[in-house]
Ligand binder design. Sequence first.
Ligand SMILES: [Zn+2]
Length: 371
Amino acid sequence: MEVWNKAAIAKHVWYLFSGGECSMWCQWVKSYLLKGKSFWGIKVPSDPSWVWRKLLSLRDLIFPLIKFKLGNGGNVFLWYDNWHPFGSLLLRYGPRILYDTNLLDSSKVSSIISNDSWNWPFPNSWEIQEWIAATPPSLKPSLDSPDIPVWSLTADGSFSIHSAWECWRDKGPKVTWSNLIWGPPVIPRVSFIVWLAIHERLNTGDRLQIFGLLTSPSCPLCCALEENHSHLFFRCHYSSRIWAVIQAKCNSHWPSLPWLELVEFATKSINGKSLKSVIMKLSFLCTIYHIWMERNSRIFSKVFKPEEVVTNSIIQMVRGRLLSMENVKAYAGDNWYLEQWNLPSKILLQSQTAAVERNLSGVSYPTLRVE
Ligand SMILES: [Zn+2]
């Protein structure tokens, strides 16, 4: 399974533990599949749906990442959930601990809490003694507080697909996208939107629905069923057509990838300070920006622009930024870009421009590709 898919599936598992009450899907899973049992302990049914099978198959991978900040213990499975430094107590001690403690498989942590303090089972085995001894004094129940699930990969404990992806992906040389969005030339308002997008913090339909702010998460650009970051950039029919035109103007053709992999691809592909790199970078960022703006305008102002208009806005924005540049290092093939984007050659480093023009006179322009 692709790492990105695993991360997307982890999101659903996370919903089961956090605020999933408001989602129909979570309610359905809890009522019909879990039936009061722990997600971590449930057996794989003989005829699971594809999605449910995938969720269950990733349990070992996801379990260490979802922890609980203990409150009253009413929502935390005593033997299964990750609330104690030992992790799953059932995994550590085996099913005999149920007999030793005389507690049920489905017991919650609240069953060993009495009046804001621990009410430990009678320590009649070394396992129970060890468990009690290993419980740090700071780990105390609190009757007035709810149990809070914590995603252990982020500073604020909330889930992000990016964090899961970052955790599981094959760590090659570190990919830093910061230069892609904050390195020159920058258009701050564009970089900010792309920065949000990279953190998957744009309020796309899927996110709004989680917050209960939107009843339909469908894409306002193409009316497809689910609007999320990968769909908008650029699997959506509307945005993919815009992106195709922009790529053609950059003389490049990128693969269709899930959003975060696309960002990684962009980071690796766009490097250097050549005119071609600068144009590709600005085009990528401005396309994301304008698609997001168009999407918002459709939702909030009910103004719908055809894709040609949005494409033209992207081109004008990229060109506007390029016109304010100077001393871009000149390379063979630059003339194609100057012509394509209607740019004066004075933006190129002057001493080299003459040489490039000399070399290229009478020569047909080479075809360059990003890959
Ligand atoms: Zn769409």
